[in-house]
Design a protein around this ligand. Sequence first.
Ligand code: NAD
Length: 433
Amino acid sequence: MKIAVIGTGYVGLVAGVCFAALGHDVICLDKDKSKIHNLKKGIIPIHEPDLPELLQKCVNKGNLSFSTDYSDMNACEVVIIAVGTPATKSGAANLKYLNEVVEKIATISTENKVVVIKSTVPVGTAGQVKSQFTKIRPDLKFELISNPEFLREGSAVFDFMKPDRVVIGCEKGAKKYAEELYRPLTAKNIPIIYVSNTTAELIKYSANCYLAMRIAFINEMADLAEKAGADIDEIAKGMGHDKRIGLHYLKAGPGYGGSCFPKDTQALVRYAKDQKANSKIIEAVIKSNKERKEKMAAKVINAAKEVKGKTIAVLGLAFKADTDDLRDSASIVLVNKLTKAGYEVKAYDPSKPYKEARKLMKGLEFANSANEAIKDADVICIATEWSEFKNIDLAKAKKIVKHKVIIDLRNVISKEYAVDSGFKYISVGRQDA
Ligand code: NAD
């Protein structure tokens, strides 16, 4: 199939590259000229494992290209929308970018189109978009497919190529296009769940809110485990091996962040309010997660106070490992609270998202390596679970840090290794050692 993907961010770029790798002919469109200029030269704007190699392979094969010219989508049967839907002040999803794209598609299209909404959008959006198309172009037929995306940053290529399931919301007439689009995956026995557009839209919010709830839950259990003298990682294992529960998203930490959970939980609450329906659980999740981030900053400050420290090495700024995405990262709250309290922060993140970090966090120093951040700092705080930090050389670290104190907000370092290396080790949901 010839397809256009509009919006070349974390989702659109991965979807475009993966659809090309699956054999489709793909044009990735974005309004950001410098992004497209760089992509044409093979420069990828995000940190995502396996993406650069796959992109180059498809470009070399000749079935993946990049453009800022909307008229290029006229050569395509299917147009996939993957623009951002960030939260507005009220918590509702901001559909500004989606609406811009819909208007462009409607005005520029020369033939009937199949439009796939991959962005996470509020319930009812597909219906509204369809009416918008019909209003602008009554001469053309637009089939609307809701196809929420479930990939995780950091393993996005793997998740796209081997999803647990694909969700397709559409009317009868559009089903054949979805079947063709995803044939390379169904041929590998990946299940497709066909539902209505509104059900597909609500599946996405339900899934993300449920996962956010699991994280908030395990973080609250971590606090209890600390008080009880128990170990949260063992509790998660003991719970998660129960097939009814499962092991995923039961890792205690500094609170969830990223471009999805924070905004999608808020959007669900907003939608429920508009519908005069209950969303008490997710409201509590949002509150619990906000408090968690603040509490973790207080935990680091307490540890620094104990050694009368002034400088903190923060290892990890991205909201999770293997991505450079800082959106709603727990590290933003952490660093801003630390600098506000008068601490000096030396930060290091392996993806080096420092240009963006400068806009979100004030008054910190950026390092080029973990050792550079640790050198002459008073204490070390691990804020993102990069494998580089799991394997950190503590024999070297203890020679360059002022006080041998690690606050591990991700429980990534082995407690025994830290203690044997002479460090005081403070983690989450476990006893200090
Ligand atoms: P992003 O901000 O990384 O990318 C959005 C892209 O759209 C940007 O490159 C931007 O320049 C482009 N854009 C905006 N307006 C445009 C226009 N009018 N024409 C052309 N391009 C335009 O966003 P993202 O993280 O990829 O998320 C996209 C959607 O996918 C969101 O709705 C998000 O909730 C959803 N989603 C994200 C993830 C994730 O892990 N990031 C996972 C699943 C679903």
